[in-house]
Design a protein around this ligand. Structure first.
Ligand SMILES: Cc1cc2nc3c(=O)[nH]c(=O)nc-3n(C[C@H](O)[C@H](O)[C@H](O)COP(=O)(O)O)c2cc1C
Length: 346
């Protein structure tokens, strides 16, 4: 069988969600889906004083591969330097964020506002590509403010492809408003235009296009995937992680990890404890966040969530708390706790 494009399914970079704990948890669900870090500004890498030997912000676990480091910034030389450090740290790929519309990011003149400067974006990408051997890709929107025609995004892609030699674009398939909408609204209000991404793929068949935005379930993936090279999923990965436990079989022609939810919780707790033993200060709340939706859609999901959210239970220690919630789940919904992905009716 022809090897699947490794980005066939990827999990979107999300600040305060796709930190190391989330990514390690996700690897218990799928070996193949590509994982992304949260966006890391190049300054946080280049100016880091905590080196062990790499900046703390680049901490990741070996199990996470393939894992992409997403950078933010607008200075070609500095981005190239940060990309080099991320490559040395062992990341598989570098991605530049040209899609974030938050005010803080606009104040720094990076993220989505860079869509107005395709030649600068191309320069950033070119410098990064020259500095590293691993692939460098770009995540962007379809436009910003009144620069929102198909011709605009087509021109943007053409310039960044030709001058920046970028051959893989991740398209969040909606425009961004730089003024008037907050980041949350900017992920819901501007309409999704999948057709534009399909059209880009037709016009530039030699470029890989990953489509992102609003994908929620396998039926939806199956509709969209024939038109593009890959699908990136953000919020639904956090909201419904169990769905991904069947993806190695479905989308990579391989075998699922096939861990049941009890084994996933136990292995995740082991990771959290090991990490803590090395001095990791991630709060219990942050350790709980990746697993909070593991029983989404199952009966007694609410009781599971309430147990893990109750700070009194955090006093049990992470492993102790997980042992107890597993005991409760035997009573509350043993079937969901023990069923393996291969036997589950998705
Ligand atoms: C909480 C949150 C944080 C995000 N942080 C980033 C980020 O760091 N970098 C980025 O490129 N996009 C970020 N995004 C946008 C997502 O990567 C994605 O483009 C967007 O959520 C649309 O995909 P979805 O509909 O599948 O969620 C973030 C989204 C959310 C919900």
């Amino acid at each position: 069988m022809e090897q699947a494009f490794r980005h066939k399914i990827s999990i979107a970079p999300m600040i305060d969600i796709t930190y190391e704990h989330f990514r390690v948890f996700f690897r218990l669900l799928t070996k193949n889906c590509v994982l992304y870090t949260e966006m890391i500004h190049e300054n946080a890498i280049n100016l880091s004083r905590v080196l062990k030997p790499f900046p703390l912000v680049l901490d990741y676990s070996q199990v996470e591969h393939p894992v992409v480091c997403q950078l933010g910034g607008n200075d070609p030389e500095k981005l190239a330097k940060a990309a080099q450090i991320a490559e040395q740290a062992g990341f598989d790929e570098i991605n530049l964020n040209v899609g974030c519309p938050s005010e803080r990011v606009q104040d720094g003149a990076f993220g989505a506002c860079l869509m107005k400067e395709p030649h600068l974006v191309a320069q950033c990408m070119k410098k990064m590509k020259e500095a590293v051997k691993i692939p460098c890709t770009l995540k962007c929107r379809l436009g910003v403010d009144n620069l929102d025609s198909y011709e605009f995004v087509r021109n943007f892609v053409e310039i960044v492809y030709k001058e920046g030699e970028v051959n893989h674009f991740i398209m969040h398939a909606r425009k961004a408003f730089l003024k008037g909408l907050n980041p949350h609204e900017n992920r819901t209000v501007p309409p999704l235009k999948y057709d534009w991404v399909y059209q880009l793929k037709k016009e530039f068949p030699e470029i890989k296009f990953t489509l992102n935005g609003g994908i929620k379930c396998t039926e939806h993936i199956d509709q969209v995937l024939p038109n593009v090279d890959g699908i990136m999923i953000g919020r639904s990965a956090h909201e419904n992680p169990w769905m991904f436990s069947d993806f190695d079989r479905l989308y990579y022609g391989g075998e699922n990890q096939n861990y049941n939810r009890k084994e996933i919780l136990e292995q995740y707790a082991e990771f959290v404890e090991e990490k803590r033993a090395t001095g990791c200060k991630v709060s219990t709340q942050m350790c709980v966040k990746p697993i909070i939706n593991l029983f989404n859609g199952e009966s007694n999901n609410k009781r599971y969530r309430q147990f893990l959210s109750n700070t009194d239970n955090h006093k049990l220690g992470f492993r102790g708390m997980i042992n107890q919630v597993i005991e409760h789940m035997h009573e509350w919904n043993q079937e969901a706790l023990l069923v393996r992905p291969n036997d589950y009716k998705f």
